[in-house]
Design a binder for this molecule. Structure first.
Ligand code: ASP
Length: 758
């Protein structure tokens, strides 16, 4: 075999494909490579006598119909021939050398006819291992190249084909930025034979940047290599996470999709059955099953679970989504947080090692680092949370590697809400651009009441503020920017109530009282006295103040927090402060166990409160447990959320593992009805059977991928996403129920029950 290779290389002195050249194949593989992946035709097949073993593999490759013009009007014929071709010439892993004849499957692109006997045609190989171009040329009308040429011209662009051609060095100079970024070898195939495997419609116009309607998602997938790459990235991340969990002895267990309705917190989807009056519900998460697994003696569980929530279609939510769900027996919340910290840092380390980010037409896009393709790194040593390093990075210098995150930050819910006005702050919003939020004066009550009354109708409110700086900090620029921002303040999305308006100042040393005259001398003095906490103001600094009720903070954000975030992004969008592509990771913990019910679906209790996370979450400590009865809104939960760049990537909690406590919370605190509690009887029974203490977590997997890739929507990382109205326009779901189905599944419409009296 070695002898054959030597002779082959001597006779084919042209360069090998770079991948083959750089990474010599193991001896054992060489024979497979040569025998299986190369087919020799007449002229080139001169080495038959040198090849030991199965000489039938090296027969001249010819096709009985190669000297025929091909007609493929008959779809039945295309179907039959495609099946035969794939059976006789099954697609192989592609390894080849210049000068060899190979059979490849893929799509042809738009052909360019240079002369009547000479054309170029892009060819997209099914594995995208190289950037192919078909070169079709004939000199003799009795040659197979002549017939191949005619056939190529007859096949509609973008059709799937089988091609047999001779590998040539490419003379292509035109470059596609994505192909360049991937460093794909450019390869020409001198056309010998081509067959169409199905026809692409001639009346469909395709251009490079076409955005296809949602109804044609398959076209978007087919013609948007960026989308396909993102799906590949998603698979890669999923595999990495599974690998990490398998080193930690987690068991992958699938739980049922046909569940039952329970008041866990979100609105569910019901699945009618043929049994009158009975329905399944789709799980909003596998929460109750995973806790039951803990009662069943499973120590560590995980699964990639589909979850279903019939939410109002708020921005960028999907009615069905994927969670990486996990649970650990005999574990505290802290242990779960440590495990997740290790998982996420290890994942980032692997991303940094294997991926780079390239910018193409202003879009940041992930590309595998070529040297690392096919290489695995050891996950035996998990990443240390302090350094974020799994092991030594031992790979070539590449400047645009996937960024590593800053070390994990941890803060309480109270701190997050107080300092950032958000329970999922984006820590990239920071100095020198934006200060934290501070209470103005002691406890936010230091400003003169004449000013407070100017900005708010509230009685004795707390006034908070933050300072914001632009890159070009001339006061005139700041005034222009902030005026435009305030004029266009999107009150609806920012939900700014009527009780308070933001007080806005631009610090300017050339103005009386530095531009703070609305505060008066005494008010300006209060700001001055805050120098320890409030960073020293400079000319052009924007100061925004806002009043709120003097109550403990609750919910997901404050009005001032929303303004701060919106202001930051407005400035980034206008290029007035630089964009920051770092990853900032944060744990927020100690959330309130309950929240006022408000618009939430909740657990249907009559106490006016509902569980902030879900009703199975345990109070944080003894003191919180004691407060359950007397002051439930004050009780903190052993509940933790993982936040990356202002997006909640996942959440989890330690659970109530004793049945009596679980019932107490449901009945006595949430004031759920007997019926409501009985819907959880399976879980309460499981807890009663000596269930160990346990805690867990779920990563919103779609969300994680969209944050890692910095794309605006989870739809960009889901193959078949649903619209804002929860519809899949490709298949047309949800679909209208037919009269037949209504009968079978006992579905009635209001009009069926109460005939209209007209
Ligand atoms: N089931 C929870 C959720 O879907 C996650 C957990 O508490 O483990 O958010």
């Amino acid at each position: 075999m070695a002898r054959f290779l030597l002779i082959s290389l001597r006779n084919n002195p042209l360069r090998c494909i770079s991948r083959v050249q750089r990474r010599p194949l193991a001896r054992q593989c060489q024979s497979i490579f040569q025998l299986e992946h190369t087919r020799f035709i007449q002229k080139e097949a001169t080495h038959d006598e040198d090849i030991p073993g199965d000489s039938s593999q090296n027969k001249v490759l010819s096709f009985p119909d190669e000297m025929k013009k091909y007609t493929f009007e008959d779809p039945f014929q295309i179907f039959e021939e495609s099946c035969t071709l794939l059976k006789d010439q099954p697609p192989k892993r592609l390894e080849f050398e210049v000068g060899q004849d190979i059979v490849v499957y893929g799509y042809i692109g738009k052909r360019k006819d240079m002369r009547s006997n000479f054309s170029f045609c892009p060819f997209e190989h099914k594995d995208s291992k190289a950037d192919f171009q078909i070169v079709s040329q004939w000199d003799d009308p009795d040659s197979r190249q002549y017939f191949a040429h005619q056939n190529l011209k007859a096949i509609p662009s973008y059709s799937p084909v089988m091609v047999m051609g001779t590998v040539q060095e490419s003379k292509q100079t035109a470059t596609d930025p994505l192909v360049e970024a991937k460093g794909l070898s450019k390869v020409e195939l001198k056309l010998q034979y081509i067959r169409c495997l199905n026809t692409f419609p001639k009346d469909v116009a395709v251009s490079k940047d076409t955005v296809w309607p949602a109804k044609s998602r398959h076209m978007q997938l087919r013609f948007d290599p960026f989308l396909r790459d993102r799906l590949f990235f998603r698979t890669w991340v999923k595999r990495s996470l599974v690998h990490i969990l398998s080193t930690q002895e987690f068991l992958e267990i699938e739980t049922p999709i046909l569940f039952k309705s329970t008041p866990e917190g979100a609105r569910e989807f019901l699945v009618p059955t043929r049994r009158q009056g009975y329905a399944y519900a789709l799980p909003q998460s596998p929460q109750q099953y995973k806790q039951t697994l803990m009662a069943g003696g499973i120590q560590r569980y995980y699964q990639f679970a589909k979850c279903f929530r019939d939410e109002d279609h708020r921005a960028d939510r999907q009615p069905e989504f994927t969670q990486l769900d996990l649970e650990m027996a005999f574990a505290t919340g802290r242990e779960v947080m440590d495990l997740l910290t290790m998982m996420v840092t290890t994942l980032f380390t692997r991303l940094h090692r294997h991926w780079k980010i390239v910018e193409i037409n202003g879009i940041r896009h992930p590309v595998r680092i070529k040297e690392m393709v096919g290489k695995r790194d050891s996950l035996e040593t998990p990443a240390s949370p302090e350094t974020g390093l799994a092991d030594e990075i031992n790979t070539p210098e590449i400047s645009n590697r996937f960024p590593r995150p800053k070390p994990m930050t941890i803060m309480t819910y109270e701190d997050a809400m107080g300092r950032y006005g958000s329970d999922k702050p984006d820590l990239r919003i920071e100095l020198p651009w934006a200060s934290n939020i501070y209470q103005i004066g002691e406890n936010g009550k230091g400003l003169p009441s004449r000013f407070t009354q100017m900005i708010s109708d509230l009685q004795d409110p707390v006034v908070e503020g933050f300072r914001f700086r632009l890159y070009d900090s001339r006061p005139s620029e700041s005034v222009k920017f902030i005026r435009e921002f305030m004029d266009n303040l999107p009150n609806t999305t920012l939900k700014i109530g009527p009780e308070s308006v933001p007080g806005v100042f631009v610090y300017d040393s050339s103005k009386p009282l530095y531009g703070l005259s609305a505060l008066g001398h005494d008010g300006a003095e209060v700001l001055n006295d805050m120098e320890d906490s409030w960073p020293q103001c400079e000319d052009g600094d924007i100061i925004i103040m806002h009043a709120r009720n003097d109550e403990p903070l609750s919910g997901g954000s404050t009005e001032l927090g929303r303004i701060r975030t919106a202001l930051y992004w407005a400035a980034v969008k206008q290029g007035l402060i630089p964009e920051n592509h770092e990853f900032k990771l944060l744990w927020v913990h100690g959330f309130p166990l309950f929240s006022p019910t408000g618009d939430e679906v909740g657990q249907g209790g009559t106490a006016g409160i509902c569980s902030t996370h879900h009703p199975f979450t345990a109070p944080l400590n003894d003191e919180d447990f004691k407060n359950l009865k007397t002051d439930p809104l004050k009780v903190r939960a052993d509940h933790y959320d993982l936040v990356i760049n202002g997006v909640e990537i996942g959440g989890g909690s330690r659970r109530i593992h004793v049945a009596e406590v679980q019932e107490y919370v449901m009945r006595d605190i949430l004031k759920m009805t007997d019926e409501g509690v009985s819907q959880f009887s399976h879980l309460i029974d499981a807890l009663r059977s000596g269930c160990p203490p346990h805690a867990g977590f779920a990563i919103g997997f779609d969300r994680l991928i969209s944050v890692l890739l910095d794309v605006p929507s989870v739809r960009d990382v889901i193959a078949f996403p649903k619209t804002n109205r929860g519809e899949d326009l490709l298949v047309g779901s949800p679909a209208k129920v037919t009269p037949e189905q209504k009968k079978t599944y006992h579905i009635f419409e209001e009009s069926d029950i109460k005939p209209t009296t007209e």
